[in-house]
Each structure stands twice: as structure tokens, then as C-alpha cells.
Write a protein that binds this ligand. Structure first.
Ligand code: PFF
Length: 457
């Protein structure tokens, strides 16, 4: 352990506690919050779903997050090597490899939606979304185009590349500190406008009315999957980030802050989307990509028909918000594999990032084409985009969550775990014990039950 700590003194680290929270929250807050969460809530029983989601966050996802923090900070190295340091010669290292693979797969399909977002940001800022048109046709024409969506995927991956290749402090931390406050400001501005729109109360009712009759086993599974995806847990992303934490960073309270920020952003995004959609009589919120790329431009044009300036500003800011959120998340996905290649194969950080970006470009191309030229290419009955989404969110993340909590709760020396959780006994001893209980019992059993249930279904 000591030699690894010494060796890693030369690696990057976050410069401040604020940097730690903003970078980790940056990873968490993403497309998952702004369009996936509101859609899931609307479809699955409103406030009843939010309640189940909160339970999944606190009881299942937060313990996984804290466990990742423990592994990362105790080993001070990338997610593969961390298991070699903490469990030499044991097969635990496979959990690390699975994380690296999952990170690249998530990055590949995520960049497709991020690329669409980038295109819509450009289109809204250049005024192309400013006249009523058939937005469904507009979207399918764009996403099925053989070239245009690819260019935006590449552009987005290059933006991500730019940040990650600059390193931990000058890249990830610096840009998170810049982008996250901007994201909050835009978010609050949009909430202020949307809740004052006519008919906003119908939207809020749609979002918040609890309908417990909709809560079924598969809804609980969706809530758990959403919590894991939204908090970036289960694939070693936060192991990697925590390896850059300082000794004085409090792991339990940082995890709590990240979960709170992430949930707040998710709920506030619902406060933007539904009041806006319902401000137009007869409009119903679409599910999935359609909500953001078809329904919303439609709504913006109708709701602000008499005030084109507001249409321009509101839609421009909305897509910019989505883009910023996507970028702070994609850098964390890229960092998992970049740190691994850089440290394990002694390749420069710059070259490691080039390798990861190149692989993501190839796989991202396949995912993007599955909406157009390769729509008929199926593996296990799914296109590349759906396949990558399915195996990461429904399989690798929950499995990773079980392995990570079992590793910290049962394999790792209890004294080491407690010392990490309490910063050598200096803080929050009671919270640390409660957390250790969640890590040992609640999270692995809970995630395992939901996961098995799904495998059998
Ligand atoms: N948490 C991100 C979101 O909600 O959009 C997605 C994500 C980031 C998943 C990083 C996985 C990951 F490692």
C-alpha cells in the first residue's frame, strides 16, 4: 500500500474540496437527470416513483458510491490497479476490467444523444428551430442522416477529449468548476420561467401526483437502474475520481452532497419540462428522446409564439444546459479508461486519451448508425445503441454495484474501511457505522434481489 501511495504522489489530484464535489456531481448530473428522470417519473406514477427512487438512492446507490470512494482513495490508483493493490492475486481485478469496458460502452452510446444535443444547441442558437415545423420529421431526418449526426458525435467526443487530456486539475476540475455553476444558473433561470407559464400547475400535478397503483416490480427495477445510472455508480467511475481525493476529503458527506445535488437537479428538470409542455393545451409529453428533441421544440414554438425572443433564449439555454450536463459526465466516463491505460501501460496521459477517444469514435459510429444506415443490424435482437445501453445499465452497473459493496463490506479489512470512512477516526463515526451496515447488508442484498428478479423475468 505504502509504495503505491508513494508512486501515486506524482499523479494528479483535485485541488480543493469544492473541486471534489463539483467534479463528482458533474459526473452524476447529466442526460440521465435532465431527460431520463422526468420521463420515468411521468410514466411511472409521479411522486410515488420519486419516493421509490429516493429509497434506491439512499439505501442502494449511495452505499455503492461511498464504497467506490473508499476503494479509490485507499488505493490511489485507477479502477483496475486498485483491486491489485487492495487484493493482490485475487480475481477482484475483473471488477476493475468490467468497469473500464462499461465506461467505454457508456461513453459510446451517450455521445450519440450528446451529439444530437450539440446539434440542437447549434440549431437553436442559429435560429433554425424558431419556426413551427414538423419536428418529428426534422428529428428522424437528422438522426437517420448518414453523416450529420456522426459529425456531432465526433465533435462532442473531441470536446470531451480536450478536457480529459489536460489532466485532473487543469482539465477535469477546472472545467467542472466552470461548467457546474453555469449549469445551476441556467437551471434556476429556466425553472423560474417555466413555473410562471400558464397551465404550469397541470404540469406540476402530472409530475408530483403520487399514483401508487403504478408501482410494480419492474418499476422498482427502473428506479434502481435510474439511480445507478444517474449517480454514475457501479463501474468504477467514482473509484477513479476518488483516487484523486485528498486525505482530508470526507467520503460520507461528499457522497451525500453529490446525491443531494444530483436528485435536486433531476427534480428541478421535471419542474422545467412538465410545466412547459402542459402550458400548451393538448400537448402530451413524449417518452424518451422524443420528449427533448420533438415535443420540446414544438412546445417552445407554440408557447412563445408571440415572443420569439423568449423562444430563442429559452430553447438556446435549455439545450446548452443539456450539453453542459452531458459534457461533465462524459469526461468522467473517458477518465476511467484513460487513467487505466496511462497508469498500467505507462503511456502518456495525452496518448491514453487519444486511444480512448478513438475507440469511442469507432463504437459511437456504430451506435449512431443504428438510427439510420445500420437500423437493421442487430445483435441479440438489438441495435448497437440499445445493446450498449442495455448491457451497461441493466447488467454491468448492478453487478458492479454488488461486487463493489461486497468487496468493501466483506473482503476489505474492516479497520481500513472504517479508517477511510472516518478519515482516521476524525469525523462522523456514527454515520460511518451506519454506512458500513448499508454497504455490508442492505446494498448487496437489495441490488441482488432486484437484479435476480430481472434476470429471471
Ligand atoms: N450519471 C450520468 C447521467 O446521469 O447522465 C451518466 C453516467 C456518467 C453514467 C458516468 C456512468 C458514468 F460512469
Amino acid at each position: 500500500l505504502t509504495s503505491s501511495v508513494q508512486q501515486m504522489d506524482s499523479r494528479g489530484s483535485f485541488g480543493s474540496k469544492l473541486g471534489v464535489v463539483l467534479a463528482s456531481a458533474g459526473s452524476a448530473v447529466g442526460l440521465g437527470n435532465i431527460w431520463r428522470f422526468p420521463t420515468e417519473v411521468g410514466r411511472n406514477g409521479g411522486a410515488a416513483f420519486i419516493l421509490i427512487y429516493l429509497l434506491c438512492v439512499v439505501l442502494l446507490a449511495m452505499p455503492v458510491m461511498v464504497s467506490e470512494f473508499v476503494i479509490g482513495r485507499a488505493s490511489k490508483t485507477n479502477t483496475v490497479h486498485s483491486y491489485r493493490v487492495l487484493a493482490p492475486g485475487k480475481p477482484w481485478v475483473l471488477t476493475g476490467f468490467m468497469g473500464v469496458l462499461a465506461g467505454v460502452l457508456v461513453l459510446s452510446f451517450y455521445s450519440v444523444v450528446a451529439g444530437w444535443t450539440l446539434n440542437y444547441t447549434v440549431e437553436s442558437l442559429t435560429g433554425q428551430l424558431m419556426h413551427p415545423q414538423d419536428f418529428a420529421a426534422h428529428f428522424s431526418k437528422f438522426s437517420a442522416h448518414p453523416l450529420r449526426p456522426l459529425l456531432y458525435v465526433y465533435l462532442f467526443l473531441l470536446l470531451t477529449h480536450f478536457v480529459v487530456s489536460r489532466g485532473v486539475r487543469n482539465g477535469i476540475e477546472r472545467y467542472s468548476k466552470l461548467m457546474m455553476p453555469l449549469l445551476f444558473v441556467i437551471l434556476l433561470l429556466l425553472v423560474a420561467v417555466s413555473i410562471t407559464m400558464p397551465g404550469s400547475s397541470t404540469g406540476l400535478t402530472f409530475l408530483l401526483r403520487p399514483d401508487f397503483s403504478k408501482i410494480t416490480g419492474s418499476v422498482v427495477l427502473s428506479a434502481m437502474g435510474q439511480a445507478f445510472f444517474s449517480l454514475s455508480v457501479g463501474i468504477g467511475c467514482l473509484v477513479t475520481y476518488a483516487s484523486y481525493f485528498g486525505r482530508d476529503t470526507r467520503l460520507v458527506s461528499s457522497a451525500f452532497n453529490v446525491c443531494a445535488i444530483d436528485t435536486l437537479v433531476a427534480v428541478l428538470s421535471g419542474f422545467i419540462i412538465f410545466p412547459t409542455v402542459f402550458s400548451v393545451p393538448g400537448m402530451v409529453p413524449d417518452a424518451g428522446p422524443g420528449l427533448v428533441f420533438i415535443t420540446l421544440p414544438n412546445v417552445f414554438n407554440t408557447a412563445f409564439a408571440h415572443t420569439p425572443v423568449l423562444n430563442y433564449v429559452f430553447s438556446g439555454l435549455f439545450y446548452l444546459l443539456l450539453l453542459l450536463a452531458a459534457l461533465t459526465s462524459s469526461i468522467s466516463m473517458n477518465e476511467i479508461a484513460t487513467a487505466f491505460i496511462h497508469e498500467n501501460y505507462h503511456v502518456s496521459r495525452h496518448c491514453s486519451t487519444i486511444i480512448v477517444t478513438s475507440v469511442a469514435i469507432v463504437l459511437g459510429t456504430a451506435c449512431s448508425l443504428s438510427f439510420g444506415a445500420w437500423a437493421d443490424v442487430k445483435l441479440f435482437g438489438m441495435g448497437f445503441f440499445d445493446l450498449f445501453d442495455f448491457i451497461t445499465a441493466k447488467f454491468m452497473m448492478p453487478l458492479g454495484g454488488i461486487l463493489i459493496t461486497v468487496f468493501v463490506g466483506w473482503y476489505l479489512d474492516r479497520k481500513l474501511a472504517l479508517s477511510e470512512l472516518t478519515n482516521e477516526g476524525t469525523c462522523w463515526c456514527r454515520a460511518a457505522r451506519v454506512m458500513l451496515f448499508l454497504i455490508r447488508w442492505v446494498a448487496p442484498v437489495g441490488v441482488g434481489a432486484v437484479f435476480l428478479n430481472q434476470l429471471m423475468a
